[in-house]
Design a protein around this ligand. Structure first.
Ligand code: PRX
Length: 645
């Protein structure tokens, strides 16, 4: 597959960028010609950021799976779409060609239809990183069911909340999932989520670990049986096909829940055509993917990175993608390098937290591993610190692979600000330039476009985007007002990202981190309010305040200040109880790294917790706490400082 829209030089980048700003409709219409449509659009773009309303390629008809699979069959049918590396390196690899993928996705589509799933129905997917997860996602897309993938680190309660919010009637899960030395009981976690749930009609269970599971008659069914049956129905003369359902360009493709600064996670909704074009365009340009390259994204499909850059973007581009079930440090910290060596990976896309955790193991795990196939390295999920950047560059890329630092969000659907590998210049710890179609703007503390540079020539402000790109979220599921308030109300007429940024004189952006009460722990977004709510559910807790603190591996750690009803007899045990509660309510990924029991929290006279002070204390900044004159009880600050962990 060739990519006529692949940018090859810095000059060309500048031209394309300008075109995308001057004439977005013409620009994207031209790119859209590289996709397969059942019917072309009536209008390329309609939008306002007030309601907000964004519609790309209105009136067009398509199915994203025809673009990701069917159209490649003739030329790439026998080429690998997915190369699956199991958790246990001793276990057999699976190579899924495009024609095999087609067969499996058709089977899933038929299986879903057999079980009563219709276009527009929500299907919750809670699986480990097995190829069947990709089949499940694409099978939903083939019949127009809206998938909602939930990462395996979330608890029953989190699943229950998402099932309720999305009014899902179907679940696809596994008996268990292997991750490093663990066997996570996925089905049993789903079973707990279903206690009292009257909406879910069917639970399809794929066998991965073959641990004992409860199977409830009439509701729970085995994936293998259902897939066999589906195959029997759709196989004729050794050919398998299941006609893809025709979708409108703006029909929802999926919901993915993500944390914000208030309330429960919200269901970010992406639609079909714009998302497809955005993920493919950004994949091909950022990584400079060439036909035949082996590309390895280490993310989990439970997060947006896996949706956009394991499933949709690479497949729509006809790429070969490595999918890894395990973790970077098991059975040892050489696992990524073994995989690169084994499959001759050309492009590696991972997260700073993974790089830092591997750095901590020294250089030995890299010894004897042939990394000469690597051409491009990528980073995503959080700011990459210079030390990690240089380690990645020197020891993994051997100084000859461009590193793309890709800034984007669940809500943006795909990469927004990044250098293009080898085409536009890299700058360590800077995401650098916006992709064509992206118009960033920095807003200062007065709500105006920042224009005053500091003494080093940098502009500073809150990062907003002026105009829609094809992959922008369309709504938050079931609550459009929440979408408006969260993203479009802070600065009227702009999309507000929640991040702060710097801009240099060349127009490069450096993302400095969240400016709201959202933490980024190991590249995962967690709302402080969410963690506080979970802690407060513990029986002996009166109140709590959660802030982030710098963590050498995770980027940010979670620091919880907790007021208990009475002083615990056994502090350690009391902390363990709280951790257990957070695990139950949100999931193990939200467990605080530090819990400090306090007798009070610094509050203003009107009762507002002064998080700024707590944040400073958690960061170890004990002296310059800023203005504390408005505090109700200044003495509490000293107590907290003295007992800081
Ligand atoms: O703060 C930014 C940070 O991650 C947030 C988005 O998180 P999520 O929706 O979970 O998506 C993560 C994967 C795209 C952003 O608001 N972030 C992401 N990438 C970068 C980043 N911060 C700095 N540099 C990046 N490259």
């Amino acid at each position: 597959m060739q990519y006529p829209y692949q940018i090859k030089t810095l000059e060309q980048y500048k031209e394309e960028y300008q075109k995308s700003v001057d004439n977005p409709e013409g620009f994207w219409a031209e790119i859209a010609e590289n996709f397969q449509w059942r019917k072309k659009w009536d209008k390329v773009l309609e939008w306002n950021f007030i309601d907000p309303k964004v519609e790309w390629f209105k009136g067009a008809k398509l199915n994203i799976t025809e673009n990701c699979i069917d159209r490649h069959l003739e030329t790439l049918g026998e080429k690998p779409a997915i190369i699956w590396e199991p958790n246990n390196p001793e276990e057999r690899t699976r190579v899924v060609t495009y024609s095999r993928l087609h067969k499996r996705v058709c089977q899933v589509a038929q299986m879903l239809i057999n079980n009563g799933v219709k276009k527009g129905d929500r299907v919750c997917i809670y699986m480990g990183m097995v190829p069947e997860l990709a089949y499940a996602v694409l099978g939903c897309a083939r019949i127009g069911a809206i998938h909602n993938v939930i990462f395996g680190g979330f608890s029953s309660q989190s699943i229950a909340d998402r099932l309720e919010d999305s009014k899902a009637e179907f679940i696809i899960t596994c008996d268990g999932a292997f991750r490093g030395g663990k066997d996570i009981p996925l089905k049993s976690i789903v079973d707990d989520a279903l206690i009292g749930n009257k909406m879910v009609k069917k639970v399809i269970v794929y066998t991965r670990t073959r641990r004992p599971v409860s199977m409830i008659k009439g509701r729970d069914i085995w994936w293998e049986d259902e897939m066999d049956h589906a195959l029997f129905q759709i196989e004729k003369n050794n050919e398998v096909s299941f006609p893809a359902v025709e979708m409108d360009a703006e029909d929802p493709l999926f919901i993915l829940y993500t944390s914000g600064s208030t309330g429960k996670p919200k269901g970010v909704v992406h639609t079909t055509a714009g998302y497809m074009i955005w993920t493919t365009y950004t994949f091909v340009n950022t990584f400079q993917y060439q036909p035949g390259d082996v590309y390895f994204c280490t993310a989990d499909i439970g997060w947006i990175t896996g949706h956009s850059y394991i499933v949709y973007g690479p497949l729509a581009a006809g790429a070969t993608s490595v999918m890894f079930e395990g973790i970077p440090t098991w059975p040892d910290a050489g696992r990524f390098w073994d995989i690169v060596d084994k499959y001759k990976v050309n492009i590696l896309y991972t997260a700073p937290t993974a790089i830092r955790s591997l750095m901590a193991h020294g250089l030995e795990p890299l010894e004897g591993k042939d990394l000469s196939s690597l051409k491009v390295l990528g980073s995503v999920g959080e700011p990459i610190n210079e030390e990690a950047w240089h380690w990645y560059d020197e020891y993994v890329g051997k100084g000859r692979c461009p590193i793309v630092d890709t800034w984007w969000q669940t809500e943006t659907g795909g990469i927004m600000i990044s250098n293009l590998a080898g085409v536009t210049p890299a700058k360590p710890s800077w995401a650098t330039l916006p992709l064509p179609g992206v118009q960033p703007v920095l807003i200062d503390e007065h709500g105006q476009e920042a224009h005053e540079r500091d003494e080093t020539g940098l502009l500073k402000g809150n990062l907003c985007i002026k105009a829609p790109w094809p992959g922008i979220l369309r709504t938050t599921y079931g609550d459009h007002e929440r979408c408006r308030k969260n993203y479009f109300a802070t600065y009227p007429g702009l999309y507000f990202t929640g991040d702060g940024a710097l801009k240099d004189e060349e127009g490069n952006y450096r993302i400095t981190g969240r400016v709201d009460d959202v933490l980024n722990v190991s590249g995962h977004r967690i709302g402080t309010a969410e963690v506080e709510n979970a802690i407060n559910m513990h029986t002996s807790v009166v109140e709590s305040a959660v802030v982030g603190f710098p963590h050498s591996i995770k980027g940010q750690g979670i620091y919880a200040f907790v007021i208990n009803e009475k002083k615990p007899h056994d502090e350690e045990l009391a902390k363990q109880d709280i951790l257990e509660t957070v695990s139950r309510i949100i999931g193990p990924i939200a467990k605080p790294d530090k819990i400090q029991f306090v007798s009070g929290l610094p509050k203003t006279r009107s009762g507002k917790i002064m998080r700024r002070i707590l944040r400073k204390i958690a960061e170890g900044e004990m002296e310059n706490l800023g203005d504390t004159t408005t505090l109700l009880d200044p003495a509490i600050v000293n107590e907290i400082k003295e007992n800081r962990l």
